[in-house]
Design a protein around this ligand. Structure first.
Ligand SMILES: Nc1ncnc2c1ncn2[C@@H]1O[C@H](COP(=O)(O)OP(=O)(O)OP(=O)(O)O)[C@@H](O)[C@H]1O
Length: 408
């Protein structure tokens, strides 16, 4: 009798233990325990000094853990009073604990975080114009960023004007810029593209396709002043038609969208006349159909401070060598977590942060896709080219008059 009840008890304990082991081993519970351990190791909690100066800790609440075919996902909320930058600063610990493809996303409330622990990375892929055409239908100025885990990532620049692209050498910034501009040229009927590049290395593929490709500060000044005059002209047109956006003008007089792409904009920071116009474009260009796309290797806090950063809210942040640089671009440290070998990988700041893999578009492939739009062999001998030299002359005369007026 005793033997049989002991056996029964042992059996019951045994099966309870194995049931508990199975429960503990459930993927959701493993994630939960790992996360709780991470909060302790990473000191992600609120310290409260209680009775007799005893330290009490309030840990983040794990609200939900789920397993998907490609990832494990956990949602947690911080106790009120914990600085969310503590979590961002521990991004490395999340990767150490959940693997190199772990991503953290913060909700707008600055308390709720979603941890996505992916099984593998987004693989590399080539630029595919036909697939892109399918996705951009209905967009006025489609900006093609690449692919995230769910598929193609696009946005329309008309309601979200301007773009800043930054990444250290070799991170994939040039391929991205090439793909963004090639997409615009291939999908927007009424586009006037201006490219400016003091390093003379980026935009040769757009010569004869863009309205102008300029490479000296004098030429850049000429182009931006032309655009500034166009802004003034468009403002008057909007005023006389009593509308707020160029898109509301009658089709017959609607002007083309203007995109001004400037590579290594930081090299222009001492050119105050140019920088002032770029700021002006970023401020009033939205309604007037004029949009800047600015790129730079190392983000320059001075250039990206103030107006430009406030106005150009969409950013593509490729790899940065440190967290400070990453923060200048996307306002958080993730770009510093991208590995040197992760070519074309970036964080897109647009309604929160999204990890995106850009397409690989070689110069040769871009050249093929741009060939049908070439109006000139070398970009300087077409009738279609805007004669902005004459305008500059007019402006120079105008400035002389102003100066003489002032002297008088
Ligand atoms: N999206 C991508 N997918 C796969 N490989 C890429 C991607 N983008 C770039 N690469 C690879 O990385 C190399 C460097 O890319 P890219 O020239 O665009 O970098 P970069 O940041 O512009 O560098 P630099 O500023 O020196 O021009 C390319 O030669 C290419 O082989």
């Amino acid at each position: 009798m005793i033997t049989s009840s002991t056996t029964f008890l042992a059996g019951a304990v045994g099966s309870a233990t194995s049931a508990y082991m199975v429960y503990r081993g459930l993927p959701e519970n493993v994630i939960r325990r790992k996360l709780e351990g991470l909060f302790r190791t990473g000191e992600i909690y609120l310290k409260i000094i209680g009775y007799k100066k005893k330290e009490l800790r309030s840990y983040p609440k794990i609200k939900r853990v789920k397993t998907y075919f490609d990832r494990r996902e956990a949602v947690f909320t911080l106790p009120v009073g914990v600085d969310p930058s503590v979590v961002h600063g521990k991004a490395w610990l999340f990767k150490q604990t959940f693997g190199e493809f772990a991503e953290l996303h913060m909700n707008d409330d600055s308390r709720t975080f979603i941890l996505k622990a992916y099984i593998n990375s987004i693989s590399h892929y080539n630029y595919d114009l036909e697939a892109i055409r399918e996705h951009v239908k209905g967009m006025e100025l489609p900006i093609y960023a690449g692919k995230d885990r769910r598929g193609y990532v696009f946005y329309d620049m008309v309601p979200n004007p301007g773009l800043i692209i930054s990444g250290e050498p070799g991170s994939g910034k040039s391929a991205c810029l090439r793909s963004v501009l090639t997409t615009l040229i291939n999908t927007v009927d009424d586009l006037e593209l201006y490219c400016a590049d003091l390093k003379k290395s980026e935009f040769h593929v757009f010569k004869g396709v863009a309205k102008e490709v300029v490479t000296t500060s004098g030429e850049i000044l000429r182009v931006v002043m032309h655009i500034q005059r166009e802004l003034m002209r468009r403002e008057k047109v909007l005023e006389s038609h009593e509308v707020e956006h160029v898109n509301q003008l009658p089709k017959a007089i609607r002007p083309p969208y203007i995109v001004l792409a400037i590579d290594e904009v930081a090299l222009l920071k001492k050119e105050t006349a140019i920088m002032e116009v770029i700021e002006e474009i970023s401020t009033i260009g939205r309604a007037l159909g004029v949009y800047p796309i600015l790129s730079m290797q190392r983000p320059d806090a001075q250039v990206l401070d103030g107006k430009l950063k406030n106005n150009l809210t969409v950013r593509f942040g490729f790899r940065q060598s440190n967290e400070i640089n990453s923060r200048i671009v996307i306002d958080s440290g993730e770009c510093a977590t991208i590995k040197n070998s992760d070519k074309g990988e970036m964080y897109m700041k647009f309604d929160g942060l999204t990890k995106v893999q850009g397409p690989l578009l070689s110069v040769e492939h871009a050249r093929e896709l741009l060939a049908p739009f070439k109006w000139s062999k070398d970009g300087i001998d077409s009738d279609e080219r805007v004669d902005i030299t004459e305008e500059s002359q007019e402006l120079d005369n105008h400035e002389d008059v102003i100066e003489m007026g002032m002297l008088g």
